[in-house]
Design a protein around this ligand. Structure first.
Ligand SMILES: Cc1cc2nc3c(=O)[nH]c(=O)nc-3n(C[C@H](O)[C@H](O)[C@H](O)COP(=O)(O)OP(=O)(O)OC[C@H]3O[C@@H](n4cnc5c(N)ncnc54)[C@H](O)[C@@H]3O)c2cc1C
Length: 621
């Protein structure tokens, strides 16, 4: 295949990250002999070729049909008719080709008709699709993700009812969480199900902003009885859009949006719709969290694809546009912007691919632990090894989603800026990419929600193991002083700034809640402080400083993780050292800014946040 017109072959960095660290080799080792036989592979090389060929064909599809159709997708409107969405012809043709490639069910287990592809490979496909046409990604992304939840948690009856049509591509799904009055705060959800004598359920309520809401079925998260509240009463239901040729739920509205023109964002109305419980009653939030975590990685890839498209667009334009007798790409400020974009994209890809590799490892390790197909001894080892991957994945997922959301927009805007006046016209693509970038920080949990998840886990981790935290602080101090390699030295400064910021934050929490004085420069005091924090945190009245600074900590933690990935890439491959050096130098000042901002006690915010009951009472009154 030719590199031109193929979004995989024209991108050496993608290939590098997929093959880095022997990722596919390690995954191959986790396949059982039955699975290898079903795939028709008996060596690592064959396994690798299988997925690389598959990804090449998705790359060709993205780099030709999707790219060529993107402008037409923008022109054709979705139509709401009789409670269903009519998808325009160009999008229909995009989805049809994707299904014909067999790419829609890649990660679905072989026993259900899929190919058991590592999620890493499926998500690499998402990057390329997003680079060409984000709307199409929103239409094709709902086959395997939904099918996998049904395969994992649904009983045989449900699996046989719903999976075959998803595997043939006749039906795709959607994920219904958001309601008109409830988005981030899922515990306040009002939709509910009522169990029927025959074991099925009737679902009542309205769902809002549901992507692909007219795909054929929806996984609906709802309370397990009318009036219930909280996360523990949420159950997951699979609800077909039609039953016996009649509507089972309807699409009552399609949103008009600045981006994702070809993706139907639907209001859904469930009025006694027949549904089937997936898994156990009351565990819906747990199941949905699994789907959401994967979806968050997918949104990471959506942002990455968009960044790649914007960088290439900006670079091509800047190389051709001449001002003062030379291309604008050679004028210092534009040159710097382009180099920064490239370094950031490569670094982000490095961590994102590693994160999704860990997600793949966890997935197959879980399966092997359950079926013991690799023998008792190996199973025991896996039980230990998996924890490390799970921990890292949990730590990185909100960081990656946050970065994707916050940075896609900045990169799209930089691309527009580099295009000057043409960037602000509809004739050129940058304004479209800016519009497409706006959603990434909103769905699958807003940036603020990612930051809250990050801060919660960060503080929990530290108070669970204060000694480890204090040791890493001391080590970072020493290394920041002693390291002679310029890139690593910068990295340790970045890490030290982050750890010092955590100490500052903990001091603030202590000041608000516990009596006593501490010296933040003495590690014994820090351990003492953290132990005290562990003893007292449950009774903390005021965690406002942590909530206020969650985004800052999240950004800093992301920079630490990304810098580490850049340093490691530079160590493995000296040709990548220039990106690593640029990344750590570019982002160090952001660390200092965040730390300085965090040091300020913003009393106005604290006062308003603590008076929330008064505001709520006033608005109720
Ligand atoms: C195009 C599109 C597609 C979507 N697809 C789907 C889908 O397929 N399925 C689905 O279920 N939903 C979907 N959504 C909904 C989306 O996930 C929600 O919009 C999102 O989770 C935010 O919820 P909300 O809009 O109710 O905002 P709110 O929760 O009301 O939040 C409003 C603002 O307040 C902030 N905020 C809220 N709580 C806090 C807090 N404690 N601290 C600090 N800040 C806070 C938020 O970050 C946000 O900035 C989609 C939305 C859009 C626009």
């Amino acid at each position: 295949m030719k590199a031109k017109g193929n979004f995989f072959l024209d991108n050496d960095d993608m290939r590098y990250q997929i093959l880095q660290e022997d990722k596919l080799h390690e995954l191959y080792k986790l396949f059982s002999s039955d699975e290898k036989e079903a795939l028709g592979v008996s060596t690592t090389e064959e396994f690798q070729s299988l997925w690389l060929e598959m990804i090449e064909s998705v790359g060709e599809f993205a780099g030709t049909q999707l790219r060529d159709n993107a402008a037409q997708v923008e022109k054709e409107d979705l139509v709401l008719k009789d409670g269903k969405v009519e998808v325009p012809p160009t999008m229909q043709s995009n989805v049809k080709t994707f299904v014909e490639l067999g790419a829609h069910a890649l990660s679905v287990p072989i026993k259900h008709g899929g190919m058991d592809a590592p999620i890493l490979m499926e998500l690499a496909g998402s990057e390329m699709i997003a680079r060409a046409c984000p709307s199409t990604l929103l239409n094709v992304g709902w086959y395997s993700s939904i099918a996998n939840i049904i395969a994992l948690f649904g009983n045989e009856e449900i699996q046989s009812m719903f999976l075959p049509d998803m595997i043939t591509g006749e039906v795709s799904g959607s994920m219904s969480l958001t309601e008109p009055d409830v988005g981030s705060d899922l515990a306040s959800m009002r939709s509910y199900g009522e169990e029927q004598e025959d074991g099925t359920w009737k679902i009542y309520g309205s769902k809002q902003f549901i992507s692909n809401g007219s795909g054929g079925l929806s996984l609906v998260l709802a309370q397990n009885k009318k009036g219930a509240k909280g996360l523990k009463s949420l159950s997951l239901f699979v609800v077909p859009q039609e039953l016996d040729g009649k509507a089972n739920y309807i699409v009552s509205k399609i949103e008009e949006k600045p981006g994702l023109h070809g993706s139907a964002t639907c209001a859904l109305q469930f009025d006694g719709s027949k549904g089937w419980l997936v898994g156990k009653n009351g565990l819906g939030f747990k199941y949905m969290s699994l789907l959401m975590n994967e979806a968050r990685l997918a949104v990471g890839f959506q942002g990455l694809g968009l960044m790649e498209a914007c960088y290439r667009l900006a670079k091509d334009y800047a190389d051709q546009r001449v001002a003062w007798s030379k291309p604008i790409s050679q004028h210092e400020m534009i040159c710097e912007k382009l180099l920064d974009m490239e370094a950031e994209i490569k670094t982000f890809r490095s961590l994102l691919y590693r994160g999704s590799y860990y997600a793949s490892i966890v997935h197959f390790m879980e399966r092997r632990i359950e079926d013991k197909a690799l023998g008792d001894e190996r199973t025991k080892e896996l039980e230990k090894e998996i924890k490390n991957y799970q921990r890292k994945l949990r730590e990185w997922t909100p960081l990656l989603k946050w970065w994707s959301g916050e940075r896609s927009f900045v990169i799209a805007r930089t691309c527009l800026q580099i295009h000057g006046g043409y960037g602000f016209t509809k004739e050129y693509q940058p304004e479209w990419w800016v519009r497409e970038s706006l959603i990434i920080s909103i769905y699958e949990g807003t940036s603020e929600i990612q930051a809250l998840m990050c801060i919660k886990d960060t503080i929990k981790d530290i108070i669970r193991n204060p000694r480890r935290f204090a040791e890493s602080l001391v080590a970072a101090r020493m290394k920041a002083l002693a390291e002679t390699d310029a890139i690593k030295k910068r990295y340790y400064r970045i890490k030290l700034t982050y750890l010092n910021s955590i100490v500052t934050l903990v001091m603030k929490l202590m000041k608000q809640n516990v009596k006593g004085t501490f010296n933040e420069n003495k590690s014994s005091d820090i351990i003492g402080l953290l132990k005290k924090l562990r003893e007292t945190l449950v009774t903390f009245d005021n965690i406002s400083p942590a909530l206020l600074n969650a985004s800052r900590i999240c950004e800093m933690k992301a920079i630490v993780a990304l810098s580490k990935a850049a340093v490691e890439d530079g160590e493995r491959d000296p040709s990548r050292r220039s990106f690593a050096l640029r990344f750590v130098n570019r982002w160090y000042p952001t660390m200092l800014r965040n730390k300085a901002e965090l040091e300020w006690d913003d009393e106005q915010v604290a006062a308003i946040a603590q008076s929330k009951d008064d505001i709520a009472q006033a608005s109720e009154g």
